[in-house]
Design a protein. Structure first.
Length: 530
């Protein structure tokens, strides 16, 4: 049931600019070009991230075709799999079924997890693979008296860690290694170091990770400096990416993420402190708590911050909060009330914004907003019924289902409220006029979803952004790809298209730029030379 609710709006929502368009377009170009080694965005080299998600999405395209649902499939699937991952780990690690269900439900009602889980990013697959590696490591350390089981779980750990590296880079072993180090310091024990299976694990890790890095470096000598220095060190230590936020930024994000069960945090902490760990045994809760702290502190110290970065702490944190929530008689009702209030306020807020911004509320927006509020109200009403005979785990499951549906409805409401956040409608207007032999220019900006929906690349002028590295490698400079260069090229065209901001077109046309608008939305106009 949760799976049906999780996936049913994937094909209904157009891809958002810029992130969803970017991570949909790179694998589309990979499949079209047949080059699975060098990622490209809009035809130029794009080395910001490793290729695993590009590979999987391109493979999905090859089977099911290029579509919104196919573009989101890998990210959404691995995000959803975090739910059975938490449940499976909890039961395997010796927790009761009730705790496992409540932990899964806590993750399923987290606003951060629900919203990010529905967007085409890399953070969901990275979270699943990295957290699965952490969970496998914990199970391995609990099985030290069973050599075969220990070896099996450690090899799974090394495999998952390698796949996490191929998803988002070397931050994966950094976070895992720091957690292990601080755990050994906190417990004053080096025992885990004796059970890492380095002789088998490191070669396995290298076998999975190394081939792509070697191949891409051989074909692109500029790769190593950009990927390891610019995209890791400079991203972390400087504001070069323009994502600087205050040090407490992720504390605020975390409070929102756990807001439905915030009232149970103290009880969970007391429970953790009151139960002494077995002598000599691996301390699961201590390790997971250190993991959460390492992820939070590591990204808080960075000069580059985005909300999804702390997603990898959410599945373990859900498990740590489950015991306190289960023993708190009011936790379910508080969580349901929080869900009801937050979804209602946001849904009404979108309607108010639609009326203020557009002077009307579209029927589609009103329908989705109403469905959101109704589902949240039903969950709250059910949770507050003291005489309901259903066991606690069934009531938490029902809350999780209502939460998933409610946030799906909220996202559909968001999508249906103008202004548009995707170029899908614009591409639909434009498709009959786009031919392979017609030059298409993007001037002063770059709409990631436009190229994806048109199935082609655009020639960029007067814009660098995240394409800067690839454009530079392709020989594009401010001198030969500036606004003046575009005007010269445009004047020589007889049949060409250009996409630009409406204000830029007004300015250029006022200065004598030839052409007329053939399609438009709130963000862009499409100008035809013919």
């Amino acid at each position: 049931m949760l799976g049906v609710l999780w996936f049913f709006t994937l094909p209904l929502r157009p891809l958002f600019d810029p992130d969803e368009g970017r991570y949909a377009e790179v694998p589309r170009e990979m499949l079209a070009s047949g080059d699975w080694v060098t990622p490209r965005l809009n035809g130029v080299k794009y080395f910001e991230k490793p290729p695993l998600q590009y590979w999987t999405t391109a493979a999905i395209y090859s089977v099911f075709g290029v579509s919104d649902a196919a573009a989101r499939a890998w990210a959404a699937a691995l995000s959803f799999l975090c739910l059975p991952l938490v449940f499976g780990f909890a039961t395997k690690a010796g927790y009761s079924r009730e705790v496992a269900v409540v932990a899964t439900a806590i993750l399923a009602i987290s606003p951060l997890f629900l919203i990010v889980g529905q967007v085409n990013l890399l953070d969901q697959s990275f979270t699943f693979l990295l957290v699965a590696a952490i969970f496998a490591f914990v199970l391995a350390q609990r099985a030290t008296a069973q050599p075969a089981s220990l070896r099996r779980w450690m090899l799974v750990t090394w495999t998952l860690l390698a796949l996490a590296v191929l998803t988002k880079g070397i931050v994966a072993p950094v976070l895992a290694g720091a957690t292990l180090l601080f755990y050994m310091i906190a417990t004053r024990s080096l025992a885990p170091m004796r059970h890492l299976y380095l002789r088998a694990g490191l070669p396995l890790f290298a076998l999975i990770v190394t081939p792509w890095f070697v191949l891409v470096q051989q074909r692109n000598p500029e790769f190593a400096h950009f990927f390891f220095v610019h995209e890791h060190l400079e991203r972390y230590l400087t504001t070069v990416h323009g994502r600087n936020e205050p040090w407490w930024y992720f504390l605020g994000i975390l409070l929102v993420a756990i807001s439905p069960v915030l009232g149970s945090v103290r009880r969970s902490w007391v429970s953790f402190r009151e139960v002494p760990p077995p002598a000599g045994a691996f301390q699961v809760e201590t390790f997971l708590l250190i993991w959460c702290a390492v992820v939070l502190v590591f990204f808080s110290l960075s000069d580059s911050k985005l909300a999804p970065y702390i997603l990898p702490l959410m599945p373990p944190l859900a498990l740590l909060l489950a015991q306190g929530a289960l023993t708190d008689a009011r936790s379910l009702r508080r969580a349901a009330l929080t869900l009801f209030v937050s979804l209602t306020v946001l849904a009404i807020g979108f309607m108010v914004y639609a009326e203020w911004r557009n002077g009307l509320i579209a029927p589609t927006s009103a329908a989705w907003a109403s469905a959101t509020v109704v589902s949240a109200f039903a969950a709250w009403w059910f949770a507050r019924q003291h005489r309901v005979a259903a066991p606690a785990e069934q009531r938490w499951f029902a809350l999780a289902a209502a939460s998933i549906f409610g946030y799906q409805g909220l996202m559909m409401t968001y999508v249906s409220v103008p202004p548009v956040r995707s170029a899908k409608a614009l591409a639909t207007q434009l498709a009959p006029r786009v031919r392979p032999d017609v030059n298409f220019y993007s001037v002063g900006s770059f709409r990631h979803t436009l190229g994806f929906y048109l199935g082609r690349t655009l020639e960029v002028f007067d814009y660098r952004g995240e394409l800067d590295f690839g454009l530079t490698q392709a020989g594009s400079t401010a001198e030969n790809a500036g606004l003046a260069s575009f005007q010269t090229r445009w004047a020589a065209e007889h049949d060409a298209l250009a996409v630009m901001d409406p204000k830029m077109f007004a300015s250029l046309s006022g200065a004598g730029l030839p052409g007329h608008v053939i399609a438009s939305d709130a963000r862009s106009v499409i100008v035809s030379r013919r």
